[in-house]
Write a protein that binds this ligand. Sequence first.
Ligand code: ADP
Length: 161
Amino acid sequence: MKVIYPGSFDPVTYGHLDIIDRCSKSFDKVIVAVLNNNYKKNMFSVEERLNLLRETLKEYDNVEVDAFSGLLVDYANKRNCSTIIRGLRAISDLEYEMQMSLVNKKLEEDLETLFMVSRGKYSYLSSSIVKEVAMFGGKISCFVPKVVERALKEKMNGGQD
Ligand code: ADP
């Protein structure tokens, strides 16, 4: 069974990586799909986000990293995949996630969204909070892998520590 795990991944955190790790064990193939959405203000370009994901996930044989733009249902059709994975950190995620899942179902009856509950130790973690901590010079090594930490520091101070 093949699944798509879509998101902004701006940047990827240990929360995302935990979901991907668990998916890679439960499914035959995981496509991590970076949404190329111009309307959302991202810190990292799509290429940068893809590179960070690829670098972090290089050990996984059954995980592919790709980018898409437009509707997720169209991308899922193109990739011949009918299962979407989304992570749930808290009840507050559920409202938006249910709405997205129902809209996608309306657009494509065969598309199923499966939710994977975040591990407790990552349930507070989001890309936005990591960027905020990094912006004020806080320690981010417990939130993101080394390569992401380095990329964030470069964004914040042009490479100077
Ligand atoms: P989006 O911008 O679409 O919300 P994100 O890149 O923030 O995408 O997240 C992609 C997916 O990963 C979403 O399903 C989100 O709920 C999930 N996710 C993000 N952070 C965590 C985390 N700490 N634990 C589990 N799932 C997470």
